[in-house]
Design a protein around this ligand. Sequence first.
Ligand code: PEP
Ligand code: MN
Length: 339
Amino acid sequence: MIVVMKKGATPEQVEKVKSKVKEFGFDHHVIVGEERTVVACVGTGNRKDLEGLRLIDGVLDLVPISKPFKLASREVKKQTTVIPVRNGQVEIGANKIVVMAGPCSVESEEQILTTAKAVKQAGATILRGGAWKPRTSPYSFQGLEEDGLKLLDLARKETGLAVITEVMNPRDIDVVERYTDIMQVGARNVQNFSMLKELGQCKIPIFLKRGLSTTIQEWLMSAEYIISSGNPNVILCERGIRTFETATRNTLDLNAVPVLKEQTHLPVIVDPAHGTGFWQYVTPMACAAIAAGADGIMVEVHPKPSEAWSDGGQSLKFDTFNELMRQIRSIAHAVGREI
Ligand code: PEP
Ligand code: MN
């Protein structure tokens, strides 16, 4: 249920609503929009109790939320959420398209620094790089772990780029949070509910990738776990799903972009690298993602993809990344976005 406050409702009136909501056994989340403030009531209390809230001064209306995801739903917030990264140095969800780029895995100081400089030069504002890698085989490279985080931190200091990296295990959340500006939850962890609840306690934004076989609704329920645990800054990333098609690594579900834009206020990023698995398809699908309304893209870039320790086949070289940037600039302008 959402309690819609009247325009000009006082903070005291909002407080009164919050304390009543709590009394009735619900959690409350105040969402201040451009046009209205609402108090979203979520939890397992008796909905009938909430009816009495109509009588509180400053309350305009009570509206049920029809979707199972409540706080993530467009019903509670009409405008797309704009998520500030690194004290607002970058904003995700605003008119400006955000480009996150970097290697699949952090491999060495030279690799991450040269890549960071190249992607910054080309126009990326966020550096990606994995320090813990979710590999299908236990015999594949598993990541440099904390040493990788330190290298990302070094690249962040040298270039001023914001940084995103994956956290794979709840026990690593503290250390990852110390070195990064956004924490990524990988496709394989999207329904690791205990980790999602812990990430809800973190202060930095969470980048939630879609699972290989999660429906859009299941994915949004995962976002709801993070938000309802206290962290409203969730960014969704479509990265392809598993289908019968074998020509590509995954099937990049660009349908998800307009569906999400309709159903949720959370920003949407598309990852055409994991979505296709082939560097040749990355730029066309990045263009398609921007045309479809995505708020940004995440791509893999490596100085020498043929020598990459992971995902070389879907990684762009510096010159192909430059070409991607050139192409998405035109598309972004064509659909009224800055870049
Ligand atoms: C990655 O971003 O390198 C990654 C492992 O992504 P996903 O979880 O989407 O497979
Ligand atoms: Mn990868």
